[in-house]
Design a binder for this molecule. Structure first.
Ligand SMILES: Cc1cc2nc3c(=O)[nH]c(=O)nc-3n(C[C@H](O)[C@H](O)[C@H](O)COP(=O)(O)O)c2cc1C
Ligand code: SF4
Ligand code: SF4
Length: 379
């Protein structure tokens, strides 16, 4: 029986995530009790949204007074959040708090008071007019530099930071993602609403942030679609009932145990994201690899060097009977190939183990692409 880290390889806030299924915040609804009732079926949860300064607390009050919104209301956000966090302390669920604040100072103060045990999620998602007028929610997507200032303030406190956004609100989602990555954010939590997995792939291709895909993920097919286009995890809000969550948890666990890579991308030429470089061959023919490398600003030589270095000393280095003399250049297991399969058999490697090694290769390539390739080596 595999353990959760072996199965999914996911760490958040230095803790192993049991399953890549979690709960997204719903103001006035998702608190510690809500999460604890579902704790056996999820890996993470963001409680809230909680307003953390006078402007946003007044906005929450005004929204409640208008009668059409549920909100968490209290006099002291630190006291309320401390109570909620303590209730969840013994759970295996990775805890996050979704916060509405109107200034870097508000976030800094709350992180100073609550410490490092929770993930701090900046609510750059809320579109309620009162909240936006208070200077949070979607306001931040129209003013990305203000959002960056909040991320930086939180990172100075040494905490793990997630940013919740709604796709299609900012002038350029990819630019926002890149700015957040450079500012030190750890997680991007994306409500894809009217956008499909193609939007997710665009963001996956521009930054190495951990990605949580959200919106209408109510069945395994939708979940797998998100995972194969770049998501590391998925979250549910409106349909975060025990039945749906437990079904998704069981299905992805079964799938991971069979396939070896729970969120393997499609091959690049079938619409896969940048992680699919792990399945690409040498750039010797006209195919989608060449334009993809050009878009990333990586030369063919750098691509080949990264791949050769990454497999050195691993089982993927061998494979003289394959097209390019090494399994490093071999296709996804779902593409039938007797040369690759014969090589695996001779080496005593299962298809699942092959995919696990391809995942490791993909991780190393992503590090290379996003961190190690010096700008002067880029074409
Ligand atoms: C009643 C309600 C309250 C919400 N409150 C918040 C919130 O406070 N902060 C936030 O980031 N998102 C909030 N959301 C958005 C959800 O987290 C989620 O992004 C959205 O509902 C789409 O996901 P779903 O299709 O799984 O529900 C709220 C959604 C609902 C329905
Ligand atoms: S190298 Fe192979 S897998 Fe990659 S895009 Fe080209 S044909 Fe597809
Ligand atoms: S040997 Fe098979 S799996 Fe490997 S690159 Fe050639 S066709 Fe693809």
């Amino acid at each position: 029986m595999m353990d959760a880290f072996e199965r999914f390889g996911l760490l958040i806030n230095d803790r192993v995530v049991r399953t890549p299924v979690g709960i997204a915040s719903m103001a006035g609804i998702v608190d510690a009790s809500y999460v604890l009732e579902r704790a056996g079926h999820i890996g993470f949860a963001f409680i809230g949204g909680y307003s953390i300064d006078k402007k946003t607390m007044d906005a929450a009050q005004a929204m409640t007074d208008q009668g059409d919104r549920k909100e968490f209301l209290y006099n002291d956000p630190v006291e309320e959040l401390t109570t909620q966090i303590e209730k969840m302390a013994k759970s295996t669920v990775i805890q996050g708090v979704n916060l509405r604040g109107s200034s870097p100072e508000a976030f800094r103060t709350i992180a100073g008071a609550l410490g490092e045990t929770v993930v701090y999620e900046i609510d750059a998602h809320c579109r309620q007019p009162a909240m936006v007028a208070a200077g949070c929610g979607e306001h931040y997507l129209k003013k990305p530099d203000e959002l960056v200032a909040v991320v930086r303030a939180l990172k100075k406190q040494g905490v793990t930071v997630s940013v919740k956004i709604r796709a299609g609100v900012a002038a350029d989602d990819r630019m926002v993602a890149q700015k957040l990555w450079h500012a030190g954010a750890d997680i991007l939590h994306i409500d894809l609403m009217d956008f499909g997995p193609a939007k997710l792939r665009q963001i996956r291709n521009i930054c190495p942030l951990m990605l949580i895909a959200n919106n209408s993920i109510t069945g395994f097919d939708k979940m797998k679609d998100m995972l194969s286009h770049g998501a590391d995890l998925v979250s549910l809000a409106r349909q975060s009932d025990v039945r749906t969550l437990s079904g998704l948890d069981a299905a992805i666990t079964r799938f991971a145990d069979g396939a070896g890579w729970y969120n393997a991308p499609k091959q690049l030429c079938r619409g896969g994201d940048i992680r699919a470089l792990t399945f690409c061959c040498m750039p010797v023919k006209e195919c989608p690899l060449q334009p993809a490398l050009a878009r990333m600003g990586i030369s063919k030589e750098t691509y080949m060097r990264l791949k050769r270095e990454a497999v050195k000393g691993t089982p993927l280095e061998s494979g003289h009977q394959t097209c390019f003399g090494s399994l490093a250049w071999c296709c996804k297991i779902s593409s039938p190939c007797m040369f690759r399969d014969m090589t695996l058999k001779q080496m005593g490697l299962s298809q699942k183990e092959y995919m696990r090694l391809k995942r490791e290769l993909s991780d190393t390539l992503m590090n290379g692409v996003f961190h190690d390739v010096p700008s002067d080596e880029r074409s």
